[in-house]
Design a protein around this ligand. Structure first.
Ligand code: ATP
Ligand code: MG
Length: 490
């Protein structure tokens, strides 16, 4: 082609594929406390993912007339005023799929277990609408936790949201992890989300899940306290999207948020840093909406799977009526309250039976277990009351003494070692034995050993099969006999 070959130039111009590639870029105007103020990016929306120089990612936290504030999702040491930033054109999202099972990941789906990042064919936005009322179904199937005091008194159903709430170091995480372990070998997929938990505590949870061979159908998502606040903020939402993917394949999922008090704190931190004026749209007014939006995503969907949520919350000095705890209590379907004084008195799990409640679980409790668990709460409450009076002097009559003996056996049944998962039939047998007076004949101290003995007998008994029907007298007697035989070998 000569310099003046106009025809050829025209031809080439005609053939050229011209199309505008629109890429919106902005400039970092300031960095303060881990948040970036940005100018430009007029079209950006809330929660949209941005990329800074060097591939550092962040997302849009607040949008004001003059500027946008963004939180980081990666280490941001290298980002300073003057850096450029561009829109990636998608909202905060998380890779989802079966590839995630067995893995320890961060809220963006990146590997934290030393293996290569999981590769999935699909990603979902982290914030998604909750199922509508029409799409929902009743909670009707039990989610067995293997913990007698919970399954018998505060049964949890698949699709329920049951808060685990209590002071520091009262066994909250242990309860949730034991409930996860009880799903081992069963159909329920479990997800543990650690939000700002100490690394040592998270490592312990992962070690427990691994050593108990429970990782196959488990995902652990970790946002550690030293990482970016944006990741901690994102974690529960991203994990819920993962859960929803499995739910939409018809699976039942159990998700543990450990814990939402720390999540509220990081939300507050980000809101303060972004200088959002306190009020309806910022902390504290919006924390209710934030967590309600999160927990509404759990539930049972019609002709499909379910998401059961166990959010954990920490309270101070037994104060259940503080702001965050009351919020969470009002947006869940019940609460298991753990008590520091019970924990100190070696009642483990330290579940406060008086303050705990399950608002839907009763309907989901298996009929067989319900037949023997009915009176338990009342008997136990009476025992606790009598125990208090007994301190001021002896009992009135023989009937009261009997009730006291029975109460001590119930208390012993409620004490349960960690990792000791009692199947529903084991629980039924023990409670039938209690009802028949078999346990009154042994000491409360022997009851712990009895549990394991009963468990082996029950698991080998072909007659104990149908949990969906109330117990017949025949089965009830069979259970009591089985417990009596086990008690003889003590
Ligand atoms: P934190 O407030 O620090 O998160 P937490 O309330 O989650 O604490 P855990 O970490 O679950 O409490 O438990 C505290 C300690 O109590 C752990 O050492 C745990 O092993 C022990 N523990 C919990 N439950 C039981 C139990 N049923 N039997 C024996 N020990 C238990
Ligand atoms: Mg804990």
């Amino acid at each position: 082609m000569t310099d003046y070959d106009v025809t050829s130039l025209t031809e080439r111009l005609e053939q050229a594929q011209l199309g505008a590639v629109i890429e919106e870029r902005g400039i970092v105007t300031a960095i303060a406390d881990g948040l970036a103020s940005l100018s430009g990016l007029r079209g950006a929306g809330l929660n949209e993912v941005l990329e800074f120089d060097g591939g550092v990612r962040g997302f849009v936290m607040t949008i004001e007339e003059a500027e946008i504030k963004a939180a980081f999702l990666d280490r941001s040491d290298a980002i300073a005023a003057g850096c450029t930033v561009r829109r990636l054109g998608h909202l905060l999202s998380v890779p989802v799929g079966p590839e995630m099972l067995g893995r320890v990941i961060d809220p963006l789906g990146r590997a934290l277990d030393g293996l290569p990042d999981p590769v999935t064919s699909l990603t979902l936005p982290a914030e998604r609408p909750a199922p509508t009322i029409i799409e929902r179904d009743f909670v009707s199937k039990p989610l067995e936790t293997g913990i007698l005091v919970i399954d018998a008194l505060f049964a949890i159903g698949r699709g329920q949201r049951e808060l685990i709430i209590g002071e520091r170091q009262t066994g909250k995480t242990s309860l949730a992890v034991d409930a996860m372990l009880a799903q081992r070998g069963g159909p329920v997929i479990t997800i543990y989300v650690a939000i700002g938990q100490r690394s040592a505590a998270v490592t312990r949870v992962i070690e427990t899940l691994r050593s108990q061979n429970a990782m196959d159908r488990t995902i652990v998502m970790v946002a550690d306290p030293a990482g970016e606040p944006g990741l901690r903020w994102l974690a529960p939402f991203a994990a819920t999207s993962l859960a929803e993917w499995f739910r939409d394949q018809g699976e039942d999922v159990l998700i543990v948020y450990d814990d939402l008090t720390k999540h509220a704190a990081v939300h507050r931190e980000l809101a303060l840093l972004a200088q959002q004026p306190p009020g309806r749209e910022a902390y504290p007014g919006d924390i209710f909406y934030l967590h309600a939006r999160l927990l509404e995503r759990s539930g049972k969907v019609r002709n499909g799977g379910s998401i059961t949520a166990l959010p954990i919350a920490e309270i101070e000095a037994g104060n259940l009526s503080a702001y965050i705890p009351t919020n969470l209590i009002s947006i869940s379907d019940g609460q298991i309250v753990t008590s520091a004084s019970l924990f100190a008195a070696n009642q483990r799990p330290a579940v406060d039976v008086g303050l705990s409640v399950s608002r839907v679980g009763g309907k989901a409790q298996s009929k067989a277990l319900k037949s023997v668990a009915g009176r338990l709460r009342l008997d136990y409450a009476q025992y606790l009351e009598m125990k208090m009076f007994a301190r001021f002097g002896g009992f009135g009559d023989a009937a009261q003494a009997d009730r006291m003996i029975r109460g001590e056996r119930i208390a012993a049944l409620f004490i349960q070692d960690r990792l000791l998962h009692l199947s529903t039939w084991t629980q039924i047998a023990l409670l039938a034995g209690l009802e028949a007076g078999v346990l009154d004949r042994i000491t409360p101290r022997q009851i712990n050993a009895l549990k394991t003995l009963v468990a082996t007998r029950v698991d080998n008994d072909p007659y104990l099969a149908d949990l969906d029907a109330p117990l017949t007298d025949e089965i009830r007697n069979l259970c009591a006999q089985l417990v009596a035989q086990a008690a003889e070998t003590l």
